[in-house]
Design a protein around this ligand. Structure first.
Ligand SMILES: CC(C)(COP(=O)(O)OP(=O)(O)OC[C@H]1O[C@@H](n2cnc3c(N)ncnc32)[C@H](O)[C@@H]1OP(=O)(O)O)[C@@H](O)C(=O)NCCC(=O)NCCS
Length: 407
């Protein structure tokens, strides 16, 4: 007997708890009640799709309504793809493919012009036109590591406070900094709640403390400690979730504070690959940095998405775009941008300078992957000599994209 076809549609509010159960099971997790409550707050039924086998909800995916900072512009609306999961007994029957199609098609024309996600496995999303737009770095810096003598840690004292005391300052400083950091998401009250949600059972199992909050007049650090009482001396580790400073001095003061906590051996932090910490250290090799994939980006409408961001240099380039999954993007487009000025994208019959697919367009959108890199990787074809270099320069941002919260 052949399996019945799977159907996708958006959900009702009443179906959201079942959706969360299905997705958590797909991720091999047991949801804690507080995580379910936080997710319910965050999910919008009309942006949450379910895959059904008859009446049975067997998979789903959601598009969180977020605002992401782009190079030199924004924050702009983005479909932040999250909770993509299909029940183990319904896999490889095309449920995810249907969900991906339903999501992107629902935004075409007047919805979010681009989508972004964090991937659980790197081989999943390219087929849907998502490109690797940035990386994440996991730093490990030994306790007590010295700074360059020129690093000023300011005289603003770092204090440990409780969450309620820290929150207003964190809201304020984050909203000040996020619009200047490519890849960062604006945070609402609800998203702060999800970001700081704690699963006590998991903390106990991992021997982790709850979040601790260190504040400075111009910054804050959110961290926890992984305990490791060894027979001779403690080997605890500081795990920093977020270190933010509105000034280099505040940033340095917070790192200094974390690096000097007694009983610990190491500070671990998940940050942008170009985080300044490497250059702040007296010995630049006094850290280890593991790099993994970060944000994946999908351009939904090329003519609406590319003009959203600012360009670092003037550009006039014709792009031949292949896009089977969102066929309205396929064809030849002329992108004209002024340095830090407006950009336009229009259909053209002119000869193309660069030939690329949707994945490559998504990859270069945030300025984290360059056009030149993808030409060298044989993923973009340079048809007019020099056009790749011009496009690389124009698409470059001030710094590498990074999104502190994994959504
Ligand atoms: C990833 C997941 C959602 C895929 O769902 P699915 O319904 O089995 O996917 P589909 O049947 O639509 O597969 C579409 C294509 O993706 C491929 N694919 C699916 N999962 C993949 C994976 N984990 N790695 C590599 N390729 C994958 C399939 O082989 C298929 O390839 P094809 O088009 O060449 O035939 C599902 O396996 C799952 O829930 N995994 C655990 C949770 C998870 O990792 N979610 C992703 C969160 S970012």
């Amino acid at each position: 007997m052949s399996a019945s076809p799977l159907v996708t549609r958006t959900l009702t509010a009443e179906e959201i708890p079942a959706f969360i159960g299905t997705v958590f099971r797909a991720f091999l997790e047991d949801p804690a009640p507080e995580s379910v409550a936080a997710e319910i707050e965050l999910l919008e039924p009309n942006r949450t799709h379910g895959a059904f086998d008859g009446d049975e909800l067997v998979g789903g995916a959601t598009m969180l309504s977020k605002h992401m900072t782009l190079p030199g512009a924004g924050p702009h609306p983005v479909a932040a793809i999250s909770c993509v999961g299909v029940a183990p007994d319904h896999r490889r029957r095309g449920a995810m493919s249907r969900l991906m199609r339903a999501q992107l098609h629902s935004q075409h024309g007047s919805g979010d012009a681009f989508a972004a996600l964090y991937a659980s496995e790197g081989d999943i999303y390219g087929r849907f036109g998502y490109g690797l737009a940035g990386h994440r770095a996991f730093f490990a810096v030994p306790r007590g590591a010295e700074f360059q003598s020129t690093v000023d840690v300011s005289d603003g004292r770092v204090r440990e406070v409780d969450k309620e005391t820290a929150l207003p300052l964190m809201h304020h400083l984050h909203s000040k900094v996020a619009p200047a950091r490519t890849g960062w998401l604006a945070r609402t009250k609800a998203s702060w709640q999800v970001y700081l949600a704690e699963n006590e059972a998991e903390l106990r199992a991992e021997d982790l403390t709850k979040w601790r909050y260190a504040i400075h007049p111009e910054g804050y650090a959110i961290y926890q400690v992984k305990r490791n009482w060894q027979s001779r001396k403690p080997g605890h580790e500081v795990h920093a979730k977020e270190i933010l400073g509105t000034t280099p001095q505040a940033y340095a003061a917070l790192w200094r504070y974390l690096l000097d906590i007694d009983l610990t051996t190491t500070v671990r932090a998940d940050a942008a690959v170009d985080d300044p910490i490497i250059h702040m250290l007296k010995d630049a090799t006094d850290n280890s940095r593991q790099v993994s994939d970060g944000l994946w980006v999908r351009i939904i409408d090329i003519d609406r998405a590319l003009p959203l961001r600012a360009y670092s240099a003037p550009l006039d380039v014709v792009l031949a775009v292949e896009d089977d999954f969102c066929p309205w993007n396929a064809g030849t487009w002329r992108l004209v941008a002024e340095a830090d000025g407006p950009a336009t994208v229009t259909r053209t019959d002119a000869e193309a300078d660069l030939a690329l697919g949707a994945r490559e367009l998504g990859a270069v959108f945030l300025g984290g992957t360059t056009v030149g890199e993808l030409v060298s990787a044989q993923r973009i074809r340079e048809l007019t000599p020099g056009s790749a270099q011009a496009a690389s320069r124009a698409f470059a941002g001030d710094h590498q994209p990074h999104c502190p919260e994994v959504f």
